[in-house]
Design a protein around this ligand. Structure first.
Ligand SMILES: NC(=O)c1ccc[n+]([C@@H]2O[C@H](COP(=O)([O-])OP(=O)(O)OC[C@H]3O[C@@H](n4cnc5c(N)ncnc54)[C@H](O)[C@@H]3O)[C@@H](O)[C@H]2O)c1
Length: 415
């Protein structure tokens, strides 16, 4: 049986369109984007396979389409409540990152998954990069022993592509996000590698990445110092800093050894494992092979083929297959990855005070957050609004956005 899939949001969503057009267990039946330009690109990608597909510009029409499961690749600040509507209508959901914008959304999302019994997968693709996926398997084998200290980095200076990813819209979430918002690419893989849970976070941010003003955003890199549930420490850092190409890098020290990806060749893994004698052991340096496969189909996806993992394991889980159970990232872990960023920003606003990260698996811990709408989006936060930058900064002139929009319309990167 093929699962009938719909994709909501056709920019990043094109990555899932590519997977589901070619996946042996899936039939892509509908794509929705309010932007006709984005939909046209999706149509071009689908080619003749798209002749039987439906294309929608409004959510309600897309929602009413008959399908088994849906991918949410809409705006990063609007992931809830869409999944709740889909789950309650009997559809499974794969959500792009992050899972939620507020603590109350985190609670509502978890409760919708529990109430409906439908599958919710969290699309943290970096966990499926060959090197991170290999680290997960090595850790499970006990190669480095129990984690003591870990680092996760996602450094991306997206100045030159700001016209393409914000279209010169000053209200786009990428122009408005606070430093620790987009935290799941650096935190997520450490949680999937170790299976541990965050219990406390202290947030920090760097000084302002001043060059980003020219590209429409007041931004700093975000840092989360996270205590995991075995007492180990994770340092996560992400955002705009100077290195090319952009990269994700991970390092873990355990009680038996350590492993890390290479700083500039992110596909290269270095590992040390202590042997029979204390303080003596073996080293390995290798590039892990791509391990995730969709049946016999050869599928090339982005981010070192990491983009296959989330959509593939999502449908394997719906089909009740062992690899889906083993590797799909569920709602609890997706929420853990996401709320660390929400709480880290509160920590920054409180002078870097450590803040408890609740375990929302426990029903008893939810009530304290049920009405916690604090975020940087006035429409969602109401009276609990918090500013997206900790200190006041001069406003970016509208002319900056006009120039970015003009570049986007011409299809040119920023310089
Ligand atoms: N995992 C990754 O590597 C990765 C990479 C890029 C983006 N993302 C995530 O993907 C999501 C989308 O980001 P993006 O880069 O595509 O940019 P984006 O947020 O600008 O694109 C979202 C698209 O959804 C459409 N959309 C939003 N609300 C809609 C509505 N109500 N009705 C119809 N269409 C609607 C928009 O028109 C737009 O084309 C975000 O959550 C982002 O965090 C993840």
């Amino acid at each position: 049986m093929k699962l009938r899939i719909g994709v909501f949001g056709a920019r990043r969503g094109l990555s899932m369109v590519n997977v589901y057009l070619n996946h042996p267990d899936a039939e892509l039946v509908a794509i929705c984007d309010q932007s006709q330009g984005a939909l046209d690109k999706a149509k071009a990608m689908a080619g003749s396979a798209g002749d039987s597909m439906s294309y929608y510009t409004t959510f309600d029409d897309f929602f009413n389409h008959d399908m088994d499961a849906v991918v949410l690749a809409n705006y990063a600040t609007e992931h809830v409540p869409y999944p709740i509507h889909f789950l309650e209508s009997g559809r499974h959901v794969l959500s792009e990152v992050p899972a939620c914008e507020t603590m109350s959304q985190a609670v509502a999302l978890i409760e919708a998954v529990e109430k409906t019994g439908k599958i919710y997968a969290f699309g943290e693709n970096v966990s499926y990069m060959p090197v991170a996926f290999e680290m997960q398997r090595k850790y499970a084998r006990g190669d480095i022993g129990e984690v003591m200290y870990a680092e996760g980095e996602y450094i991306h200076d997206f100045a030159s592509i700001m016209p393409q990813i914000t279209y010169g819209d000053k209200n786009h979430w990428r122009c408005q996000m606070y430093s620790t918002f987009y935290c799941t690419h650096s935190i997520g893989p450490v949680l999937t590698i170790t299976g541990r849970r965050p219990v406390q976070v202290a947030g920090f941010q760097t000084n302002e990445a001043l060059w980003m003003r020219k590209y429409g955003a007041v931004m700093a890199a975000g840092i989360e110092m996270i205590t995991l549930d075995n007492g180990s420490i994770l340092r996560s850092v992400h955002g705009p800093m100077k290195r090319e190409p952009a990269g994700c890098k991970f390092m873990l020290y355990g009680m038996k050894g350590m492993m890390e990806s290479d700083r500039f060749d992110n596909d290269l893994l270095h590992a040390y494992r202590e042997g029979e004698r204390v303080c003596s052991g073996d080293f390995e340096h290798y590039k892990p092979a791509i391990q995730i496969k969709a049946g016999d189909t050869h599928l090339e996806t982005g981010h070192g083929n990491a983009d296959l993992g989330a959509p593939h394991f999502f449908i394997q889980r719906i089909l009740d297959r062992p690899e889906g159970h083993q590797y799909m990232i569920d709602v609890y872990t997706g929420v853990d990855m996401s709320i660390c960023g929400i709480l880290a920003y509160r920590s920054i606003l409180q002078g870097n005070q450590p803040i408890k990260v609740p375990d929302l698996r426990n029903k008893g811990e939810r009530d304290a957050y049920r009405n916690d709408h604090a975020c940087t989006n006035r429409a969602v936060a109401g009276t609990q609004y918090i500013p997206p930058y900790p200190v006041e900064t001069p406003p970016i002139p509208d002319a900056t956005y006009d120039a970015l929009r003009a570049l986007w319309l011409k299809g040119k990167p920023a310089e």
